[in-house]
Design a protein around this ligand. Structure first.
Ligand code: ADP
Ligand code: ZN
Ligand code: ZN
Length: 734
């Protein structure tokens, strides 16, 4: 009797055997199947078909329905899941089910909505010859429609409907008169931007040209390319030209971007350049049906460009020709819960298996990637200067706030630079990486501060809503009127957040149009898109915001960037803090002066001579990167060693540490593997759970992997009452 081995979303590192339903063959590997599990039923994926099971015949259960609504997952994808399960030491069933769109994890078969047909209209030769006077003057809608048709090469239903309610009717008449021809086009699953003419291609800069010339002859083979281009150097244009090459070969391109905020911008650029091409965009902003539809289109090979956030790395792509990871240094490529994978690293593996190129683009590559590039494992391409005509990198200056006093967070040079910008109708950006009004509520008499009782963190003051909020767990508390410790009334916000800076700017520049951009102001679904539009259309003078603004936006009219206080990260205990701060500041600074107008960056700091700020001043990524690499080498940190964390959460810290101590005893680490002592996590308490970890590291990735494999099996058998544990391979947070 044939057996199927099924991957189920269960935290057990095994496949589950069932009796196969009649008619199941090897062809069904990769299909979803509905099976009984304990007292319930659930959907899984058939990974293997076998003739024998170790489960005794009277115990093995009969599988239910096999879903053949979408084609089975292709073997390459199942391979990718197996790799992730092995490399991240995570149960295969969870990996597989995590990789599917939610809609396909359910027990309902999935039916693709037939894409609605939309129509495009254009004038026929006959129509072009019609004079406007042929239409009676009182038929205003018809006249306007004819004028519109004469002005545009092609218009869509939607566009026509927008300017008159009678347009549809009028259009029918025109079609009947043979003035207009009607062209049906299947709408893309994700609605396209209005039809765009492909703009004339820009003349490539010499650096862009040599980058493309280097990649093109190697399009048919696996290589990891690091495209290290300064901000505004025109990396997007390189992506576009490579994609265009693949489109001509009818191959698919997967483009991974950090966050949904970046997706629409790139999506717009791609659609504008390739109007007739099917592009699907896969990100968390879609509803489950949209997401599943995009996924299925990609799987059918209909979608030619797949643009998505990290989860898109698991999309089945039968004609995949290249992968692009834009802003490869971005932390959001790493999933921080469940399967803790790095989409960038998984993408490199995927490209290697598929024998295709992968391009990692960044102005500030992660040190891991940079190290791979300078040691020759990755191929390095550089774009050292800005692409747009007359655009150059901004000047960067530090303002020593040890010597110059600030008022409400602003030093006089920053205030006058902002004034100058306003006077000349240029936009400016004020960067402060803290949302809320103030990070601390402080009693000036006894030093009490408001803290979250569920997390090891302070509560942030949100003045407008008169609330205290924990940015880690979302806990909200009322504003106390007295200090709960000493009864003093003199409690006040301390330090600056975006809201406070916004308030100060409003007082300083009452006529300026100021917009705050942080997680609070962009929470509503389309608010960020609206803000971006306002910025582009010059309805904003000053942008105040957090690191959301540090992402790859192109604001052509922005010429001043002020960075208020970022010194705290200079002295963090996290060995990656300097790298991150540097990348973040380089990225924000890079928003200034991207077209024509020269840009200026002012940094308020107590440490103007710090090497990090010096490197920023000189736009010198390489020197700082090499210095940081030297430090990492001496201290035995990645990329010179490979790390893994055993993370534990428990209601009491003693329980967590005791579990880790047991785990450490079990480890019996072989030569070349170093097991450190259990320690509380940097965020020692989160949502009421105490957190601790055990760090394991080795110079050899292979040795570390072997060790983790055998350790994991032992950990599975360790009593784990009241603790939750996970392994985090190549951890980015501690
Ligand atoms: P990056 O992603 O490297 O920061 P972008 O791709 O956003 O840079 O390009 C920055 C600006 O330069 C964009 O406005 C883009 O249109 C423009 N640009 C890119 N390549 C060229 C070129 N060859 N000639 C002129 N302008 C260009
Ligand atoms: Zn007090
Ligand atoms: Zn909290």
């Amino acid at each position: 009797m044939p057996i199927i081995r099924v991957a189920l979303d269960k935290p057990l590192n095994t496949l589950f055997d069932y009796l196969a339903p009649a008619g199941v063959t090897e062809q069904d590997i990769g299909c979803r199947v509905f099976v009984p599990f304990g007292k319930s039923r659930m959907t899984g994926v058939i990974m293997e078909v076998a003739s024998h099971s170790d489960i005794s015949p009277d115990k093995i259960k009969q599988a239910g329905q096999v879903f053949r609504d979408v084609p089975p997952l292709p073997p390459e994808l199942l391979d990718l899941f197996r790799f992730c399960s092995e490399y991240y030491h995570h149960p295969l069933g969870e990996v597989v089910m995590n990789g599917l769109p939610i809609r396909l994890r359910s027990s309902q078969p999935f039916s693709i909505r037939t894409a609605p047909i939309i129509f495009q209209y254009r004038l026929t030769t006959k129509g072009r010859a019609v004079d406007i006077s042929a239409i009676p003057g009182r038929s205003i809608a018809k006249r306007r429609l004819l004028v519109k048709l004469k002005q545009s090469s092609m218009i869509e239903d939607e566009e026509a409907k927008q300017f008159s309610s009678r347009a549809a009717e009028a259009m029918k008449e025109f079609v009947a008169l043979q003035w207009v021809e009607e062209i049906p086009v299947a709408s893309p699953v994700v609605s396209a931007s209005p039809f765009q003419e492909t703009p004339p291609l820009p003349v490539l800069t010499p650096a862009q040209k040599s980058a493309i010339d280097a990649i093109v002859p190697k399009m048919g083979e696996f290589n990891t390319w690091l495209l290290h281009g300064v901000t505004g150097s025109g990396k997007t244009e390189i992506y576009l030209q490579l994609i265009s090459l693949l489109l001509r070969q009818a191959r698919q391109t997967l483009v991974l971007v950090p966050e949904i905020n970046l997706t629409p911008q790139l999506e717009f650029i791609f659609r504008a350049r390739f109007p007739g091409v099917r592009l699907v965009s896969l990100h968390s902003g879609l509803n489950p049906t949209e997401r599943a539809e995009g996924w299925v289109q990609a799987q059918h090979g209909e979608a030619e460009i797949i643009l998505g956030t990290r989860l898109a790395v698991f999309t089945p792509l039968p004609r995949l020709g290249m992968i692009i990871v834009d802003e490869e240094h971005d932390l959001s490529f790493k999933q921080q819960e469940g399967l803790r994978y790095s989409a960038r690293d998984v993408a490199v593996f995927r490209a290697k298996r598929a024998g295709i190129p992968i391009v990692l683009g960044s102005a500030t590559p992660s040190l891991e990637t940079y190290y791979n590039a300078i040691t020759g494992r990755y191929l390095l391409l550089r774009l050292p200067s800005r692409a747009a005509d007359n655009a150059s990198l901004p000047t960067v200056h530090c303002i020593d706030i040890g010597k110059i006093k600030t008022q409400e967070g602003f030093s006089p040079p920053v205030i006058s630079a902002l004034e100058k910008c306003l006077a000349s109708n240029q936009q400016s950006l004020v960067f402060i990486n803290r949302r809320g009004y103030a990070p601390i509520l402080l009693c000036r008499a006894c030093g009490w501060t408001a803290v979250c009782h569920r997390c090891a963190s302070r509560l942030v003051v949100h003045l407008r809503e008169k609330k205290l909020r924990c940015h880690h767990c979302g806990h909200q508390a009322e504003f106390p009127s007295l200090c709960p410790e000493c009864g003093n009334q003199d409690i006040a916000p301390f330090g600056h957040g975006t809201q406070r800076i916004e308030a100060a700017l409003t007082r300083l520049f009452p006529h300026a149009r100021i917009v705050r951009i942080d997680r609070d102001s962009t929470r509503r679904k389309d608010s960020w898109q609206r803000i971006l539009k306002d910025i582009r259309e010059q309805r904003v003078d000053i942008l105040v915001g957090t690191q959301i603004l540090a992402k790859g936006h192109d604001f052509p009219n922005l010429s001043l960037v002020s960075i208020l206080n970022s010194d705290a990260s200079l002295f963090s205990t996290d060995f990656r803090a300097s790298e991150r701060l540097f990348a973040q500041l380089m990225q924000v600074a890079g928003r200034a002066g991207r077209s024509g107008t020269p840009g200026e960056v002012l940094i308020q700091t107590g440490f103007p001579d710090h090497p990090l700020y010096r490197a920023l001043h000189h736009h010198d990524y390489d020197t700082l990167a090499r210095m940081l690499l030297e430090e990492r080498k001496t201290a035995h940190f990645p990329p010179f060693v490979y790390q893994a964390l055993l993370r534990v959460e428990a209601p009491a810290i003693a329980t967590a540490l005791a579990f880790l101590a047991n785990a450490a005893t079990l480890a019996k680490a072989p030569h070349q593997i170093k097991v450190f002592d259990p320690v509380p996590a940097q965020m020692a308490r989160l949502k009421g759970m105490e957190r601790a970890y055990l760090l394991v590291q080795s110079k050899s990735r292979k040795k570390l992997q072997e060790f983790l494999g055998s350790w994991r099996t032992k950990l599975d058998n360790l009593p784990s009452h009241k603790v939750r544990w996970t392994l985090d391979i190549d951890p980015l947070e501690f």
